[in-house]
Design a protein around this ligand. Structure first.
Ligand SMILES: NC(=O)c1ccc[n+]([C@@H]2O[C@H](COP(=O)([O-])OP(=O)(O)OC[C@H]3O[C@@H](n4cnc5c(N)ncnc54)[C@H](OP(=O)(O)O)[C@@H]3O)[C@@H](O)[C@H]2O)c1
Length: 272
């Protein structure tokens, strides 16, 4: 695994996403065996950063993640757990309640990284951050971040936060480079903020492009691994691919070991 560092925090380049672990918008307990196998495989493979949210499977994703962590017998401190507060819970009291509920579902004493999942038109960031700052002071959350924020919203968050904003989690893949084009990646790189790339393999619908396939063939890798290797080749970019398939889970982890050349990256950046 490769790592990337901010002044006071080092994280693995590749973590594990949990959207659809435990269900979609609603809990779907029928899928628990597949979800738990995926989580256990991820832990055994060596993933330590897990990304979840109160919204995922209506909280059931957090329940399953907490259960898999406990069952693994790996100590809690070895994991880095990200969760997110839903946009409808951004008022002061609601943030505190949402975090308590996430901790209860995870059966953990703290969340390593707590994100605002999505900005809303009427959000009052000062009010939201009053609660988020309190959660950090109380030790219930270690780090704060945001997701799907534009530059103006990110800068406003930095002003409201008592601790550094350590990430903006946004879509980023070969097919979606909007957060490079809008200046977000450059801002993150210059300001010690991770850009956490979500949907890095285009939600599994990675388009087959000749250039991608030829680089994959030359490396004896899959096109998904090359797409991930490209995402993480950039400084301050970490990512969190999701998979319920044990073979994919291992392949995604191993993608961190692929060294792309500058020439490979230039070829990949010319495709869309
Ligand atoms: N903050 C936000 O608003 C936000 C939004 C979206 C996602 N996220 C986070 O980011 C994570 C990742 O994004 P995502 O789940 O949208 O998309 P993704 O990771 O780009 O793609 C997931 C899909 O790719 C397939 N896949 C994974 N590895 C593969 C491989 N090696 N070969 C072939 N297929 C593979 C998976 O199917 P199999 O199960 O069959 O492998 C799954 O259907 C989410 O789980 C979530 O934690 C955050």
């Amino acid at each position: 695994m490769k790592y990337d560092s901010l002044p006071h925090l080092t994280l693995p380049k590749i973590g594990f996403g949990t959207w659809k672990i435990g269900g979609g918008s609603h809990a779907d307990p029928k899928t628990d065996p597949v979800s738990l196998t995926a989580l256990h495989t991820a832990i055994e493979t060596g993933y330590t950063h897990f990304d979840t949210a109160e919204m995922y499977a209506n909280g059931h994703s957090e329940e399953l993640l907490g259960r898999a962590v406990r069952e693994s017998q790996v100590k809690r401190e070895a994991f880095f757990i990200t969760s997110k507060v839903t946009p409808s819970h951004l008022r002061f009291d609601d943030v505190l309640k949402a975090c308590e509920a996430s901790l209860r579902r995870l059966q953990m004493d703290y969340i390593d990284l707590y994100l605002i999942h999505w900005p809303t038109a009427g959000m009052k960031l000062e009010d939201t951050f009053r609660a988020l700052n309190e959660l950090v002071r109380d030790g219930k959350v270690k780090h704060l971040g945001v997701s799907n924020f534009d530059l103006k919203q990110l800068k406003e968050s930095q002003e409201c936060s008592e601790t550094p904003i350590i990430t903006n989690q946004v879509p980023y893949s070969l097919a979606d480079r909007s957060y490079v084009n809008n200046g977000m990646l450059e801002y993150c790189q210059k300001n010690d903020i991770f850009l956490t790339a979500y949907s890095p393999i285009e939600e599994g619908n990675l388009k087959k492009r000749a250039a991608l396939e030829s680089i994959a063939k030359a490396r004896n890798a899959t096109i998904y691994q090359i797409a991930l290797a490209w995402v993480i080749s950039q400084p301050r970019v970490i990512t969190i691919p999701m998979s319920a398939n044990p073979q994919h889970i291992r392949e995604n982890f191993e993608a961190a070991d692929i060294e792309l050349t500058d020439n490979d990256c230039q070829i990949l950046e010319r495709i869309s």
